[in-house]
Design a protein around this ligand. Structure first.
Ligand code: FES
Ligand code: FE2
Length: 342
């Protein structure tokens, strides 16, 4: 059996939880979370609700790696165990049953992750952020809220045909260029390899690809919520956009975007331009996706497809398996070549 709760989801950047006495209030899949560090600096994630009279623990204080409720001062340790009730003083006796709900937590590539697995264990691993902090590489992180669900968000992030309409001039200009795409569904992932793409990135090409090198471009989806777009412009320019889409509620998604690139000596100089450009593109997608969800709420999501929607269709096939409790890695491998005009 597989459940969407068996996976790891970003709840914060590590740098947001730097101070020892800090506690963050977060939400993932409708679950309210209090996130703090124990005395060894390890992340602890608890349901944001006191067992006593339901105060919100994230409004409390962290002291020596333990979290104190802001209402009557009950103290929770890193296992969620209530270890002190101030009004009881020394008479207080710990019992195993008096404990808050904790969730699996881990930290990787400067992200803090939670897993809401009901069994309290998971076989999955957080996504490995490509080239993060490697020599010669730079990463810019953006965080944005989308009024739409995870599936529609990831589909947007690896959707080429929309770019000429939603991002004209800024990302890609319409010019009816024919692009062949090899699409593969394998192992809970979808990979699209664009075969004969040439330079079509508006004024941004000057920076990305000043020498007009051939472009290698792949778009990937990894179940259940990660997309990865990679552009290689010749040997010296490499650009990767990794988006982790975190379901806050059904129609509310927080997207952590890593813009990771290697432009050689231009790395530093390019950073503000890449940040501005990335955010401008995301703002346009936020608008398009909010509108899509408004219409879905009114008329439902009865979508219609052509052969160019194969990426969407295979992403949806993977999401459906997870929704129905099956492992999408067991789906048969599929391959298809399609041609797009963009
Ligand atoms: S509600 Fe938390 S200690 Fe009373
Ligand atoms: Fe877009």
């Amino acid at each position: 059996m597989m459940n969407v709760k068996d996976f790891w989801y970003v709840v914060a950047e590590s740098r947001e939880l730097k101070k020892k006495d800090q506690v963050l209030a977060r939400k993932v899949m409708g679950e309210w979370l209090a996130v703090f560090r124990d005395e060894n600096g390890e992340v602890v994630i608890m349901q944001d609700r006191c067992k006593h009279r339901a105060a919100q623990l994230s409004r409390g204080k962290v002291c020596h790696g333990q979290l104190q409720c802001p209402y009557h001062g009950w103290v929770y340790d890193k296992e969620g165990q209530v270890v002190a009730v101030p009004s009881e003083g020394d008479n207080f006796k710990q019992t195993k049953s008096r404990r808050g709900h904790t969730f699996l937590a881990c930290e990787k590539d400067d992200y803090i992750y939670v897993c809401l697995s009901e069994s309290g264990e998971t076989k999955e691993e957080p996504f490995v952020m490509r080239h993060y902090k490697e020599k010669g590489w730079n990463t810019i992180r953006l965080i944005n809220r989308f009024d739409n669900n995870v599936t529609n968000c990831v589909e947007n992030f690896i959707d080429i045909p929309h770019t000429v309409y939603v991002h004209p001039g800024i990302f890609r200009n319409p010019r009816k260029q024919q692009i062949d795409v090899d699409v593969q569904r394998i192992d809970g992932a979808v990979k699209a390899s664009y075969l004969n793409e040439t330079d079509n990135f508006g004024w941004f090409s000057k920076l990305l690809n000043s020498e007009g090198s051939g472009i290698s471009h792949t778009d990937e989806f990894f179940m259940p919520n990660v997309s990865c777009v990679e552009y290689i412009f010749g040997p010296k320019r490499h650009f990767i956009i990794t988006s982790q889409s975190i379901p806050l509620e059904n129609d509310e998604t927080l997207v952590y975007t890593d813009l990771t690139y290697n432009y050689g000596i231009w790395n530093k100089l390019a950073a503000p331009i890449i940040r501005w450009q990335g955010q401008a593109i995301i703002d346009q997608d936020i608008d398009a996706l909010a509108n899509q969800m408004e219409v879905i709420k009114k008329y439902g999501s009865d979508f219609s497809n052509t052969s160019n929607d194969v990426i969407h269709v295979w992403v949806e096939s993977i999401q459906k398996e997870i929704e129905e409790g099956r492992d999408p890695r067991l789906l048969p491998e599929r391959n298809k070549r399609t041609t797009m005009l963009v």
